[in-house]
Ligand binder design. Sequence first.
Ligand code: SF4
Length: 317
Amino acid sequence: MQKQIQKSEDKKYLEALSQKIIQLKNSRKAVVIAHNYERPEVQQIADIVGDSLELSRAVTRVKAKIVVFCGVHFMAETASILNPGKTILLPVKEAGCPMADMITTKELKALKNKYPKVPVVCYVNSSAEVKAESDVCCTSSNALEIVNSLKSKQVIFVPDKNLGSYIQRKLPEKQIILWEGFCPTHMRIKEEEILLSKKEHPKAKFMAHPECPQKLLQHADYIGSTSGMLKYAKQDEAKEFIVGTELGMIYRLEMDNPKKKFYCPSEHFICADMKLTTLGWVAHSLEDMVFEVKVSDLIRKKAKKSLDKMMSVLPKN
Ligand code: SF4
């Protein structure tokens, strides 16, 4: 009984906060965008939900001058690089990406000195400074296309060693020079947890994100970005899926496919940084116009080149 009362109180609180955010959004003429890994209630109040590439493109298209970016710091930075005239707000200033922090410009410069003339592809999960030192950016949905588009046989790939290794296996003709970065969320999952989940749900197909290590990917029926997973789950005839990425994705998949079932293979599949953003912080962000993320012009111009190069390789849509 006590728990039920608590639940309905929580629901009322969240509904009141959602209403407040809608009013603030209207009065500020702002848009709220959210990554697929955000909390369900944050995804619900967002005008646009997507993966990092979809969101980067969306910010450029929206007319609003104020964008509240429910995600982590590098995502808000990317939005700012592409839209210097807009105010990009990150509701929780501490929301970062441990993988993005695993390489500094100093380290990247040293790597470039070791392999002069070798092009650098940097995963979008990186700081603006690292993007500025790179030749071209990529996301998990286009990394293969981007690396393949380069003429050079050797390619430096930073910071994610798992995504880089996945590309190496797909493009054996290339020689990928890897950095030792990784996503702690995707690295935390054990192979036994995947095998157990497969045993519990024998009819389910296993979809895995390429940030997972190879020992998990080897069991996958489908490997792709979160937007790739959404397409796959919709189009595939299977009715059940084990989801090999951050827990927030389950909500998005269930919304898009109400007749299909989605299972999380482990309770550890949570990115603590993505979960920092709550409705309370979104309301606070709109109310006090915090926390603005802005990239210095010098870095912005250089980083934009590597993002523009990525966009130029992709089909326009
Ligand atoms: S899920 Fe991994 S890559 Fe994504 S923000 Fe969290 S730590 Fe970074």
